[in-house]
Design a protein around this ligand. Structure first.
Ligand SMILES: [Zn+2]
Length: 259
């Protein structure tokens, strides 16, 4: 496992102790066909590539979903689809590095990829999503598919708002968890990708008022949230909290995927 040499993860082993995830991209088509004889389920991690304030890495939303999905697939041996690292992040485009699809394109991408999975007989898709801006397009894409199809089920799991995750984050971060570049999501990637945070500076960020309206244009967003975060104090984040949140989310999703 990639983190085995890092001192931050040597202390605790959960990331490495899961069974090997069952990844679609590492199988041949006859193996996928064989899998479909016994299960119709697939886990699909998705997120976004977008700014996460001065102390959060751009990949948070898809890296967190990916790592959680790998753990869930390892534990349940339910197959997982390749991560979709791009989503609807138009409002973050005034910050360097953000890559977004427009809502219409993202809806089309999702619809066509859902249809691909449905076509092969995956009738139960568990989307593990890491980004709020994706929720409406994911739901709309399924509505598009459902015009014709009746047997397919999509379970949208927004990992950061699972009740178990909210309860823990409320307890340790209180009102300073925030709504974007939250202490929780930054903690998870400090746990899963500690090397990416080696040179990152954590300091208290200025308070900002809630958004006056939503959605916001890129310029409006940056004018209102100059640091990029929304109401969070990432200085409270840590790899230790990340490990805890990661295992809480994984356990909760495991129960949803294999009740
Ligand atoms: Zn995020």
């Amino acid at each position: 496992m990639v983190h085995s040499t890092n001192r931050d993860t040597d202390a605790h082993q959960p990331l490495t102790s899961y069974q090997k995830p069952l990844k679609l991209e590492e199988l041949t088509w006859p193996k996928v066909e064989q899998y479909l004889q016994k299960s119709r389920k697939i886990v699909w991690p998705m997120g976004s590539t977008e700014q996460h304030g001065p102390s959060g890495i751009l990949g948070i939303d898809f890296l967190s979903s990916l790592k959680i999905a790998e753990a869930v697939s390892g534990l349940t041996q339910v197959m997982m689809a390749p991560v979709l690292p791009f989503g609807m992040a138009v409002h973050h485009m005034d910050f360097a590095g953000t890559m977004t699809l427009t809502p219409a394109t993202y809806l089309q991408v999702l619809t066509e990829l859902f249809q691909s999975l449905f076509k092969h007989g995956f009738t139960e898709i568990f989307v593990i999503n890491g980004h709020g801006g994706n929720i409406a397009p994911i739901t709309s894409a399924l509505s598009q598919c459902k015009q014709k199809e009746e047997t397919q089920v999509l379970k949208l799991i927004n990992w950061w708002i699972l009740p178990e995750v909210i309860a823990y984050e409320k307890q340790v971060f209180g009102n300073e968890n925030g709504f974007h570049a939250t202490c929780g999501e930054i903690s998870v990637t400090r746990y899963t990708h500690p090397e990416a945070y080696q040179d990152v500076l954590f300091e208290r960020l200025p308070l900002t008022a809630n958004a006056p309206h939503w959605p916001m244009s890129p310029r409006e967003f940056r004018a209102h949230y100059p640091a990029g975060n929304m109401g969070s104090q990432p200085i409270l984040s840590s790899a230790e909290h990340g490990e805890k949140i990661f295992s809480i989310a994984t356990a909760a999703i495991q129960k949803i995927v294999l009740p």
